[in-house]
Structures are given as structure tokens and as C-alpha cells.
Design a protein around this ligand. Structure first.
Ligand code: ZN
Length: 349
């Protein structure tokens, strides 16, 4: 496998090859609640028992227990249709997920079991032992769109340590890349290994690093994070981005410093496939593009300023850490969505 290169603004190539360039939805079997990155849940101690079926679940095999942190993962992973009329279907049930429609075909069951395995708090269960669970484990990482971006996958296995954030896997001839960090799971590690392993683990920011050390050791991948996101847990990360953005990672990827959510948030741009991995810089919601003002650790105005800079990038997909993914038919549609979002926040700019 060829090593990629990372380069820096003064055009000096450094070891490991990063180059810094000159500036140049749907209905769900789970009900909707207020998405809050799952961080503000206060569950009465008496209700914290595992596997206690919430009464808000519809009758049947699948159910959510009281330990749900409302991260929204199951609700976007297990849609029962691809309808876009999301807002008319979701219902808030006491700030937690609940099953409102039991799977009624093979595909719905597969998605429900994928959601069960991906739930960061293991809050989803079946009354009957799921004898097909081993087969479902083999479906990870999950292709996001086999026709449009066949080499980009959702890792699943969200981690509570990352507040339930999504992570991704990119298969690339110059070396595969994991974007942000899934919960360490040996079956996922084996599947990734069978797909060629991972050359890099790119971490968008300090919130979503979860079990990065275990993954790095298991897959022998080099971790990349911005120097301002380094904490005690990531002190030994192999590549720390510093200096002037953007940096290039091989031929097909650039890394863009997008401070705002945190000071060292970075987006990964897969130029060839027009995909932007945004971490917590920008995500989709049921009402369009969005950010979390509540969970902002640096500056909302600076975050908005750096979202405006995304108008210059030629992408059609947004794959975030928290929140939902977005796809656009072309760059013009993406820019319209960005402008609509920015104008809705004009009082904060
Ligand atoms: Zn974050």
C-alpha cells in the first residue's frame, strides 16, 4: 500500500506526507425526540436498569430501554421508508428513542439490528434472541451509497465516549482512512482488515476520538488531529496538523481547518467523490443544515464564518459526526442550502 503524503504551507514536505497548500431522511421505526448530542440526559437512578422496556415502545420484539441518551443514531439508521416527510412522522417521547413500528420485512429487520449494534449505550434489545446477529455483524462497515460513493462506508458501532458520533471508512488505493473513531469492536476490526486495513485514522476534533489508541494499535494506522485538539488522551497521536490550512493528504484529499465548534476542528474533503466529512462543524437536521449552538466550545460566529468558506469547496455530500448526513444533486444545490442556513443565522454572524 502506498503511503500518502501530508504537506505544509511553506511547501516543505514532512514525513508521512501531508502537504499544506497555499490558500487557494424518512420515517423510522424509532420515534424522534429532541436531538441534543445525547449529552444532557438525566435519568432517575431507579430507571437506569438495563433492558427495562420503556412503555413508550410499541408492542413487539424490538424495544429501547431507559438508558437511551437520545443521540438520534437509531432513528436515522433504521428508516422504514425513504420518504422525506420526516417531520410528519416523528414524535417526541420524553427525550428518548422508542420503537413505534416493528420491522416487517428482512430489510427493516437488518437495519433495526444494525442500529441495535451501533447504539452507543446498548439501549436497543429484542425480546427473542436475534439468531441472525452474527450475519448482521458482517454487514459493517455499511456502504452509504453503493452507486454514487461506493468506497465510502459508515462504520456503525457508535461510542458513548464520542457522545454517539458517527465514524466513516474510506477505501482508497493510496491507503484506507477511518474518519473519527468507532467503538472498539473486534468484528468491525476484522471486517476492516478484510477490506485492506487502514493507513490513517483522521480525527476531526477532540470530542470524537473514542477508542482511537486501541484502533491504532490493532490496525497499525497513523492518527491525524489538529495540534489544538490534542489532549492527554491524544498526546501520542502520530500526525499533528499545524500551520496553515489546507493540507493535502495524497492526491485526492485535503484537510481544512474550520474552527468554531472547537478551535482545532478540521474537515476532510474527498475531492474526487465530492464528500466533505465535517465532524461537528456542520450537519443536516430535519429542517435543513444546522449547527449545535448549545454544544459550542469556541465561537458560533467563527463557526459560521468558516461554514461560509465551504461555499468555495466543490462537494455534494456532508457526512457529519453528530446530526444527519446530507446529499445534494449538485454543487449549486449545496451552495443554496449553505446560503439559506447562513442567512437564517445572520444575527449571529
Ligand atoms: Zn464535538
Amino acid at each position: 500500500m502506498m503511503a500518502m503524503t501530508i504537506a505544509s504551507s511553506s511547501t516543505m514536505h514532512i514525513q508521512l506526507g501531508i502537504t499544506q497548500l497555499t490558500p487557494p431522511t424518512n420515517t423510522s421505526i424509532f420515534t424522534q425526540t429532541n436531538s441534543s448530542f445525547g449529552r444532557n440526559r438525566v435519568v432517575p437512578f431507579a430507571l437506569q436498569t438495563k433492558k427495562q422496556r420503556r412503555p413508550q415502545n410499541i408492542q413487539g420484539d424490538f424495544f429501547v430501554d431507559h438508558t437511551c441518551i437520545d443521540c438520534d443514531t437509531c432513528r436515522w439508521m433504521a428508516p422504514v421508508t425513504i420518504s422525506t416527510l420526516l417531520n410528519e412522522t416523528f414524535t417526541q417521547v420524553d427525550d428518548m428513542s422508542a420503537v413505534y413500528k416493528q420491522p416487517s420485512c428482512e430489510d427493516e429487520r437488518l437495519r433495526a439490528l444494525q442500529a441495535l449494534l451501533s447504539c452507543p449505550t446498548s439501549s436497543i434489545h429484542t425480546e427473542e434472541p436475534a439468531r441472525d446477529i452474527v450475519q448482521v455483524q458482517k454487514t459493517f462497515p455499511i456502504a452509504i451509497d453503493v452507486n454514487k460513493i461506493p468506497d465510502v462506508y459508515h462504520c456503525g458501532y457508535h461510542s458513548e465516549k464520542s457522545f454517539g458520533a458517527a465514524s466513516y471508512f474510506i477505501v482508497h488505493p493510496e491507503g484506507n482512512i477511518i474518519v473519527d473513531c468507532p467503538r472498539y469492536t473486534e468484528s468491525l476490526a476484522r471486517n476492516i482488515e478484510m477490506m485492506g486495513g487502514a493507513r490513517y485514522m483522521f480525527l476531526t476534533h477532540k470530542d470524537d476520538v473514542a477508542d482511537h489508541a486501541k484502533w491504532s494499535k490493532r490496525l497499525n494506522c497513523e492518527r491525524i488531529i489538529h495540534v489544538e485538539e490534542v489532549t492527554g488522551s491524544t498526546a501520542n497521536v502520530e500526525i499533528k496538523l499545524d500551520g496553515r490550512s489546507p493540507w493535502s493528504l495524497g492526491e485526492d484529499f485535503t484537510l481544512h481547518h474550520t474552527p468554531g465548534h472547537t478551535t482545532g476542528s478540521v474537515c476532510l474533503f474527498y475531492k474526487l467523490k465530492k464528500v466533505l466529512f465535517t465532524g461537528d462543524h456542520l450537519f443536516n437536521s430535519e429542517t435543513g443544515l444546522s449547527i449545535s449552538e448549545k454544544y459550542n466550545f469556541y465561537s458560533v460566529p467563527i463557526q459560521l464564518e468558516n461554514i461560509r468558506k465551504l461555499l468555495e469547496l466543490d462537494f455534494e455530500w456532508i457526512l457529519p459526526g453528530h446530526g444527519r448526513r446530507a446529499s445534494f444533486k449538485d454543487v449549486a444545490e449545496k451552495n443554496n442550502a449553505l446560503k439559506t442556513f447562513l442567512s437564517s443565522k445572520s444575527e449571529l454572524c
